[in-house]
Structure formats: C-alpha cells, structure tokens
Design a protein around this ligand. Structure first.
Ligand SMILES: Nc1ncnc2c1ncn2[C@@H]1O[C@H](COP(=O)(O)OP(=O)(O)OP(=O)(O)O)[C@@H](O)[C@H]1O
Length: 281
C-alpha cells in the first residue's frame, strides 16, 4: 500500500477565501489532501472551484483574503511564502493549465520561443539546449511536425494544438502539482478527450498530483480517483464513484448532464428550491 504520509503533495485544512468586503465567502472551510493521484473538483458556476485552484497558486486578485489552518505544498506553508518565492514555485513545482490557451500564450512570441523560454527558466538550460528541449517536449505532446509549429504564432494554431503547447510548457519541469481548470471547455468537442488523455498520461509519467476542475462531473469521474463536489463555496460531498452520490445537489449535477449511453430528449435542470430548503435545514 502507498504511504500516504510521505506521498502527500498538498494538504489543505479549512481554507477560506473572501473577496473584499463581501459578506459571503467564495470558499468556506475546504479541506483535502492530495497525493500522487488525480482529484476532481466539480460544481456549478460560482461554487468556488476556480477560487480554490487559484488560491493554491496564490494567483487571486489583491482583494482576496485567504486563511487556512493548513495550506502546505510538500510540507511547506504556502501562505508564508513571499511573492518572489511563489514566483519560483509556479511552473517548477506547481502549474496551472487554464481554459483557453489563446489567453495563456503570449501572442507576440512564436510557439518555439515561448516553450524554449519555459525550458530556460525552469530547467536552467542555455539557448540551444532549451530549443532542443522545447522540440522534444512538443513531440511528447504528439505534435509530430514540431519544427513547423515552433515557427508559428499562437493565433496561427488551433485551440487543441494551443492546449497541447500549454501542456508541454506547463509539464516541462515535471511539477509536483498540476491544476487544470476547465482545460477542455474552450476546445472543439472532437479534440477534448485526446487532450485529457494526454494530460493524464503525462501527469502519471511524471508521478505528479493532478487537480482537475470542471463543471462536467461525468468527464471528471472518467479521469479522477476522487471527486470533491462544491456548492456555494463548500465541499458538500467527496466521491470515489458517481454511484455513491447521496447529496441532492450532486445527483442534480449528474442528472443535468447528458449521458451518452442513455440519450434523452430534454435535459434536467437543478432543483434549486429543494437545494435551498435542504441547505436551510
Ligand atoms: N476577483 C473576484 N472578486 C470578487 N469576487 C470574486 C472574484 N473571483 C471570484 N469571485 C466570486 O467567488 C465566487 C466563486 O467563484 P469561482 O470563480 O471560484 O467559481 P467557479 O465554481 O470556478 O465558477 P466558474 O465555473 O464560473 O468559474 C463567486 O461568487 C464569484 O463571484
């Protein structure tokens, strides 16, 4: 059996995030541990998924107040780090893959330049070696004509190709922790699965921990060993299988998504009145 104690990458106890003077916390009392495994965070829009992911990266707006009893990356408290120390961790020890590669890639640099730049910064390579490392990483994300793609600018490649480039850049330094926030929702349906399979493959190869954030509970269930279900900033349920879902909100999330095995004419919607009644109890 795996020794969870030594393999814990991230440990979160009672994480709270509040923006400005807002009386309602965006994230409330969230707790979980992450080892070298895949953990999903699901919930509807506004439930606090992205805020949790960005709090881990310490990439929230300055108006955000973060507090936690424990908030450790590999045993080291994230809230005690200076911005400079966080800068050194991002990309090297922890990486964030966001929804739309068009906004994450630098529009004025060629793909080759920006992947090589990541290799230079995070792996400490010289110019020529960094270019070579960029080329081999692009091959690893199954871009077969890497030389041609390296000469292109972000607007000249497809969304699916852009997300492969982002994955190449983000996983180059084999970070311990990868957070993927809706990594496929801006992509064409036909390439979504390929991109997720690739991400999953590289995360396993690197022996990293993955947090996959999405509103799509079925997609998350296909890739993750454990799922945290968030509602109004709180974790309402932790699942290892969708069949174990007990909370009416989780059941609503499952029912609101189409199941390819059982197509339906009309999609269900969340029963908000029942949920609010339950929350008030
Ligand atoms: N910079 C900010 N300033 C003020 N409030 C914010 C900020 N960012 C997020 N929030 C609030 O925090 C709450 C949680 O938002 P968050 O983006 O984490 O939800 P989410 O579950 O990721 O939703 P989505 O899927 O739409 O991104 C929301 O009420 C949102 O309005």
């Amino acid at each position: 059996m795996q020794d969870r104690e030594t393999s814990t990458i991230l440990s979160v106890r009672n994480l709270n995030v509040r923006f400005g003077r807002s009386s309602i916390p965006a994230v409330s009392e969230v707790s979980f541990d992450l080892g070298r495994e895949r953990l999903g965070i699901v919930g509807e829009s506004g439930s606090g998924k992205s805020t949790t992911g960005r709090a881990i990266m310490r990439l929230l707006s300055p108006s955000a107040e973060i507090s936690a009893e424990r908030f450790d990356l590999a045993g080291s408290p994230l809230l005690e780090k200076t911005e400079r120390q966080m800068g050194a961790l991002r990309g090297k020890e922890m990486a964030l893959i966001m929804q739309d590669p068009r906004y994450s890639l630098n529009p004025v640099l060629t793909i080759g330049r920006q992947v090589a730049e990541a290799a230079r910064i995070h792996l400490g390579l010289g110019r020529a070696q960094a270019m070579e490392s960029a080329r081999s990483m692009l091959h690893r994300v199954r871009i077969s004509d890497a030389d041609r793609v390296m000469a292109l600018y972000p607007h000249q490649i497809s969304g699916g190709m852009g997300q492969r480039v982002m994955i190449a850049m983000m996983l180059l330094a084999k970070p311990k922790l990868v957070i993927a926030d809706e990594p496929t929702s801006a992509l064409d349906v036909s390439v979504r699965k390929d991109v997720l399979v690739l991400l999953d493959e590289l995360v396993r190869e690197n022996d990293s921990g993955l947090i996959l954030i999405s509103h799509d509970i079925r997609m998350v269930a296909a890739f993750c060993e454990r799922i945290l279900v968030m509602y109004a900033g709180r974790v309402v349920e932790t699942l290892t299988s969708l069949d174990d879902a007990r909370h009416p909100y989780t059941r609503g999330l499952i029912a609101a998504l189409p199941d390819p095995r059982h197509p339906v004419r009309r999609l269900k919607v969340l029963d908000r009145k029942a949920l609010e009644a339950e929350a008030a109890q």
